[in-house]
Design a protein around this ligand. Structure first.
Ligand SMILES: [Zn+2]
Length: 281
């Protein structure tokens, strides 16, 4: 038995990779059937029933062989292979796989948490978790802006590193808070101008009413001052450092946002509003 050195559907003629017409038809059929809703096993079974050989007659088709074929980018022209499959069909089957695996593969609590908390710094959208061609997971901006793409292992290790950094250097938790105060709305500007224009030339009651209305607008536009949570975050980090808490518990207690910057830089926003980045000291 000779070892097949080219993916099913290709052959080599005088050193050049060519499409093997007969096998190429089988590859197309597999993609079409999968996109049409047949399962990996159904496809493998029907190929075996019809006596379509994989390598040799003794090597039957099976589920993982079909799966492997559906994920091979060379069929859409990667690595300079002549394309056999339309990119659209390839993607359609990748999305189907993603849905199928998405349902069956259990997602850890840590990942579920991150699915709500990872955001794109460039556009503010949430990051979404995707399934790569080789079954790997990666994260991209849900709005498909120019935000960076991160592998899951990279994302997790970056978060870990930032937490370690904050544990070792807790003063980071006291710096870089977003400014408190209120968001200046158009209405607040208008009311303030109105008040200033009056320049005290109105009755006491009318003036009081106006000022109260303005104060109330400002109050409702206030940002929450989260610095009161600093001690709680600090305690949680000490607890974590002493081994009294898992990463997952720590995540839930102290992390509010994971912010992915355009150049792949990562920052964590803690429950007290402090933002700690991967890169800066
Ligand atoms: Zn984005």
């Amino acid at each position: 038995m000779t070892k097949r050195s080219y993916p099913f559907g290709y052959c080599c003629v005088k050193g050049e990779i060519m499409i093997n017409e007969k096998e190429g038809e089988v590859v197309k059929r597999i993609f079409e059937e999968y996109a049409g809703g047949r399962s990996l096993k159904e496809i493998a079974d029907s190929l075996n029933e019809q006596g379509i050989a994989f390598k040799t007659a003794v090597s039957p088709w099976h589920k993982s062989r079909v799966h492997h074929l559906l994920t091979d980018g060379r069929y859409i022209g990667e690595k300079n292979y002549p394309p056999l499959i339309e990119w659209e069909l390839f993607e359609r089957s990748a999305r189907l796989r993603e849905n199928k695996y998405g349902e069956t593969e259990p997602v850890s609590e840590e990942i579920k948490f991150l699915q709500k908390r990872v955001v794109c710094d460039a556009c503010g959208s949430r990051y979404v978790r995707k399934l790569g061609k080789k079954g790997d997971r990666y994260w991209v901006c849900g709005a498909h802006c120019s935000g960076s793409v991160l592998t899951e292992s990279c994302l997790l290790s970056a978060i870990e590193t930032i937490i370690e950094k904050a544990v070792k250097k807790r003063e980071l938790l006291y710096g870089k808070m977003p400014k408190t105060g209120y968001h200046v709305t158009a209405e607040i500007v208008r009311m303030t101008n109105q008040w200033n224009a009056l320049n005290g030339k109105c009755g006491f009651a009318a003036g009081k009413t106006m000022l109260l209305a303005l104060a109330s607008k400002k109050f409702s536009a206030c940002r929450e001052d989260k610095s009161i949570y600093t001690d709680a975050v600090d305690d949680a980090l000490i607890d974590k450092m002493q081994g009294g808490m898992t990463d997952e518990q720590l995540f839930h207690q102290v992390i509010r946002k994971v912010i992915v910057a355009k150049e792949g830089g990562l920052s964590l926003e803690f429950a007290n509003g402090a933002i700690v980045s991967l890169r800066e000291e």
